[in-house]
Design a protein. Structure first.
Length: 184
């Protein structure tokens, strides 16, 4: 990479050979490097190196990492609550459907048992072996069932007829049940 110098022919050959023998680059001494680094540190252009294994991050990076962590945590909580709420709503809905089906089955079983008991009581009554208290209990149960039907379906004609036809009906309770219905 030696480029010819146009002034080479003006120099004596001994000097020219001595110049060509000189190194083109020279390694600076360790002292120069230390002085340069110290001067750069004093001017704030270079930071001191962290001890081995420890790496310092700028505060902006730490703040950004904390903000990202909080955002990730908050979004995880929000998604978890949304999914948990959805699953809970589905479970509650299924339980309510199951509970209403179970209640309907229970009403059917109880009604069947009530009718069978009345048949048995009627057979005993026709034979003259029925207790008068049994008749009173049967009528009271019929009134109670009709009263509950009036609460469930105020416009049900059968329940209304049972309540109206029974002279022992508690008119105050029937009146309260009718007052709960608001017509617009």
């Amino acid at each position: 990479m030696n480029t010819p110098d146009p002034h080479e022919d003006e120099l004596p050959p001994a000097l020219l050979n001595a110049l060509r023998g000189l190194p083109r680059e020279r390694q600076p001494g360790r002292l120069l490097e230390e002085r340069t680094v110290r001067a750069l540190r004093e001017n704030g252009l270079v930071q001191a190196a962290a001890p081995r294994g420890i790496r310092r991050l700028p505060m902006a990076w730490i703040g950004g990492a904390v903000a990202a962590s909080l955002a990730l945590f908050a979004s995880g909580v929000a998604v978890g609550q949304w999914m948990g709420g959805r699953a809970t709503a589905q479970v509650v809905s299924a339980m309510e459907a199951r509970n209403s089906q179970q209640a309907a089955m229970l009403v059917q079983q109880t009604g069947t048992a009530y009718v069978q008991a009345l048949r048995h009581f009627a057979a005993m009554d026709s034979a003259g072996a029925a207790d008068p208290q049994g008749r009173e209990v049967a009528a009271h149960m019929l009134r109670a069932a009709a009263g509950q039907m009036v609460r469930i379906a105020p416009n049900d004609a059968v329940a209304g007829a049972v309540m109206a036809s029974n002279p022992r009906t508690d008119t105050a309770a029937a009146h309260r049940a009718k007052q709960q219905v608001l017509w617009f």
